[in-house]
Write a protein that binds this ligand. Structure first.
Ligand SMILES: N[C@@H](CCC(=O)N[C@@H](CS)C(=O)NCC(=O)O)C(=O)O
Length: 245
């Protein structure tokens, strides 16, 4: 939901980049809260003055600007949105119980520490062996997250229970790229035979109104990534390789 006035209805502007899994998290959180905001698409190659001024430390998107004040880092933005807009008709993204909140933060930070860190090397791999080795690690991380899902969801549809919580939003932002990994790198990391609960969770997640239209299509990511890979001198159109069980 994008606002029409300057700063959006709630004085909110998001500096983003459409394929960024980090930006997608922030947009899902804004949608969940039903907030209107101005969305400004940035370029990695020519960063705007506003981005450089708003995130002078990392110079990265997303940045949420609320009434002129910038908030940086996707997980912090999601939590900020939850805290700054508590009175809207949507369940909180963070649980009210301090222990449950700590558990949600643990798994959300596991996604960044482990999933993102193991997934990037699949894209950097120059040989099939390197890509298979990295993809095998990603599948192991997803299997750990499958166990986390069992515990956190307590039989309900999402990590957050009946509605999306922090871990749903943080992990959900990755889905487009996880699906596109097979088409781009020839290795399958989203596999119902290995992580059936997560695959079913991902389908439920993508069908939500707050998420629809935000997870980029595989074809669009493939096209976007072709240009990036060519720029980095990485091989294109990699043949499919089966991972071991
Ligand atoms: N830890 C950051 C990561 C953000 C990030 O890596 N953003 C990328 C786009 S996906 C970016 O802005 N890169 C610009 C650059 O590296 O110069 C977060 O969670 O927000």
């Amino acid at each position: 939901m994008e606002g029409d006035g300057p700063g959006g209805g709630e004085g909110l502007t998001l500096l983003g980049l459409w394929p960024s899994l980090f930006v997608i998290r922030a947009r899902i959180a804004l949608n969940l809260k039903g907030l209107t905001y101005v969305y400004t698409e940035e370029s990695l190659y020519e960063k705007s003055e506003l981005l450089l001024k708003s995130n002078p430390v990392h110079k990265k998107v997303p940045v949420l600007i609320h009434d002129g004040k910038p908030v940086c880092e996707s997980q912090i933005i999601v939590q900020y949105i939850d805290e700054a807009f508590p009175n809207v008709a949507c369940a909180p993204i963070l649980p009210s119980d301090p222990y449950d909140r700590a558990v949600a933060r643990f798994w959300a930070s596991y996604v960044d520490d482990m999933l993102y860190r193991t997934w990037v090397p699949i894209f950097r791999g120059r040989t099939a062996e390197e890509r298979v080795q990295a993809a095998t690690q990603v599948v192991a991380v997803l299997q750990t997250l499958e166990q986390a899902f069992k515990k956190c969801s307590k039989g309900k549809p999402f990590f957050g229970g009946d509605s999306l919580g922090l871990v749903d939003v943080v992990l959900g932002g990755h889905l487009g790229w996880l699906y596109a990994t097979e088409a781009i790198c020839g290795v399958k990391v989203v596999d119902a035979t290995k992580t059936p609960l997560l695959v079913a969770w991902a389908e439920r997640f993508c069908a939500l109104d707050a998420v629809k239209g935000l997870i980029p299509d595989v074809d669009r990511l493939v096209e976007y990534n072709k240009t990036r890979r060519a720029g980095l001198g990485l091989p294109l159109l990699l043949p499919y390789v089966e991972l071991q069980q």
